[in-house]
Design a protein around this ligand. Structure first.
Ligand SMILES: Nc1ncnc2c1ncn2[C@@H]1O[C@H](COP(=O)(O)OP(=O)(O)OP(=O)(O)O)[C@@H](O)[C@H]1O
Ligand SMILES: [Mg+2]
Length: 386
C-alpha cells in the first residue's frame, strides 16, 4: 500500500470497493445519504437489521419505508447535521423494520466533506441497542420487584417485632395479674361461703335490710369473681388443644352465656355450618368477651339488637359480631386492644386483649371492622377452617 501525495492516508482506503468491503463486514449498520436525503449506500448489517433489500432502499428516502413519525424524526436530525456541518449523536430513536418489528437505535450522523469543503453526504453509523434496552427494562423491573419485596419484608419484620414487644409486655402483665388473681381468689371464696352462711342464719329474719345487705355481698362477690376469672384467663398462657368443631356451636355457646336477657334480640346469619380447627374453650372465651362487650354497649338503654354472621373467606371463617350500640369513637380505636384500656366504670380493660391473644394462638385474628352493620360496632373474628 502506497501513500498518496504523502498525506499519510493509504491510497486504497479511498477505493470504494475497499470501503464497501469493510462496511459490509462491520457488525454495525451503516448508511450514506445524499443532500436530497436519499440512500446512496447501505451496508449488509443495515439491510439485515431492517429486512429491506438493498436495491429497494437505494435512491429512496426514509418516508418510503418508515412510519411518518419516525421518518419526520430522522429527517429533522439529517437537516440538523447538514445545517450545522457537525456530527449529530442520537442516543435513542425507535425504528420499525420490514416485518413491523421495533428496534431502538443509537445513531451517529457525520458529514462527508469533498475536496472543496462542501458537505456532500451524511454518513450514519448505527448501534442497535434493542436488546440492551430490553435487558435494561428487565433489570429495571426486577429491581423494582426486589425493592417491593424488601419493603414487604421490612413491613412484615416491623409487624413481627411489634407483635413480639406486645407479647412480651402482655406476658409480664399477665403473670403479675395471674399472681394477684390467685391471691384474691381465696379470700373471695371465704367471703362467698360466709355470705351463704349468713343468709341461712338470717333466713326468716324480720330485718329486711340484713337480707338486702347479704344479697349485695353475694352479687359483688360474683362480680369480683368474674374479674378474677378474666385476669386468670388473661394470665394463663396455655397451648391450644385444637380439634375440629362446628363454629356455629361455639357461637351459640358464647351467645348462650352472655346474651340471654329478654331485652337482647339476636339476629343470626350463620351461612354454611362450617368446621374450624381450634381450642373450643379458648375460642368460646374469646367470643364470650366480644359478645359481652356488644351486649354492654348496645343494651345500656334498654332493648338492643345483636347481629352475628359467619362466612367463609379463603381458608378462614369470619365471624362478625355487630351491635346496635353507639359504636367505637375514632379517637379510641387505636387503644381497644391495649391491656387495661377501658371506658367503663366497672370494666377492667382485659376483654379484647384476652380475646385477641386467645384467637391469635389459634392462628386467627380479631379486628374492629371499619364499617358498621347495624349502627354500632362490628368485631370480626377470623378462625382457621378445619
Ligand atoms: N361493642 C362495642 N361497642 C363500643 N365500644 C366497645 C365495644 N367493645 C369494646 N368497646 C370499647 O373497648 C373498650 C375495651 O374493651 P374490653 O373488652 O377490652 O374492656 P372492657 O369491656 O372495658 O372491660 P372488661 O375487662 O370487663 O372486658 C371498652 O371499654 C369500650 O370502650
Ligand atoms: Mg369487655
Amino acid at each position: 500500500m502506497g501513500d498518496d501525495a504523502g498525506n499519510g492516508r493509504p491510497e486504497s482506503a479511498l477505493d470504494p470497493a475497499f470501503f464497501e468491503l469493510i462496511a459490509d463486514h462491520v457488525a454495525h449498520p451503516i448508511f450514506v445519504k445524499d443532500r436530497s436525503f436519499c440512500f446512496v449506500f447501505i451496508n449488509e448489517a443495515f439491510t439485515k437489521m431492517l429486512g429491506f433489500p438493498r436495491d429497494q432502499l437505494l435512491g429512496k428516502s426514509d418516508y418510503d419505508f418508515f412510519p411518518k413519525s419516525e421518518a419526520d424524526f430522522f429527517r429533522a436530525k439529517d437537516v440538523e447535521m447538514f445545517a450545522s456541518g457537525r456530527k449529530v449523536i442520537i442516543d435513542e430513536e425507535p425504528i420499525t423494520d420490514a416485518d413491523g418489528g421495533h428496534h431502538v437505535l443509537a445513531t451517529t450522523k457525520v458529514p462527508l466533506v469533498d475536496a472543496t469543503g462542501t458537505i456532500t453526504h451524511l454518513v450514519g453509523i448505527i448501534h442497535d441497542i434493542t436488546r440492551l434496552k430490553a435487558a435494561e427494562e428487565v433489570l429495571r423491573r426486577s429491581n423494582a420487584e426486589l425493592e417491593e419485596r424488601v419493603r414487604e419484608r421490612t413491613r412484615a419484620l416491623t409487624a413481627a417485632q411489634e407483635g413480639l414487644v406486645r407479647k412480651e409486655r402482655l406476658a409480664v402483665l399477665g403473670s403479675l395479674a395471674g399472681g394477684v388473681a390467685h391471691q384474691i381468689r381465696n379470700p373471695l371464696a371465704s367471703i362467698k361461703t360466709a355470705a351463704h352462711v349468713l343468709r341461712d342464719l338470717t333466713r326468716g329474719s324480720e330485718e329486711a335490710r340484713i337480707a338486702e345487705t347479704v344479697a349485695i355481698i353475694q352479687e359483688e362477690v360474683l362480680r369480683a369473681n368474674r374479674i378474677v376469672t378474666d385476669l386468670i384467663d388473661y394470665a394463663r398462657v396455655r397451648e391450644p388443644e385444637k380439634r375440629r368443631i362446628k363454629a356455629a356451636f361455639l357461637i351459640e355457646q358464647a351467645l348462650g352465656a352472655h346474651a340471654t336477657s329478654p331485652e337482647v334480640t339476636v339476629d343470626r346469619d350463620l351461612g354454611e355450618l362450617l368446621d374450624v380447627l381450634v381450642d373450643p374453650e379458648q375460642v368460646q372465651g374469646a367470643l364470650g368477651n366480644i359478645v359481652r362487650n356488644a351486649v354492654e354497649a348496645a343494651c345500656a338503654n334498654g332493648a338492643c339488637t345483636l347481629r352475628v354472621s359467619s362466612r367463609r373467606q379463603g381458608d378462614m371463617l369470619v365471624i362478625r359480631v355487630s351491635d346496635s350500640g353507639p359504636g367505637v369513637a375514632p379517637g379510641i380505636r387505636a387503644h381497644l386492644f391495649e391491656p387495661l384500656f377501658t371506658t367503663k366504670t366497672t370494666g377492667l380493660g382485659l376483654g379484647l386483649v384476652t380475646a385477641r391473644a386467645l384467637i391469635e394462638s389459634q392462628g386467627g385474628r380479631v379486628e374492629l371492622a371499619t364499617t358498621s352493620e347495624i349502627g354500632g360496632a362490628t368485631f370480626e373474628v377470623f378462625l382457621p377452617l378445619a
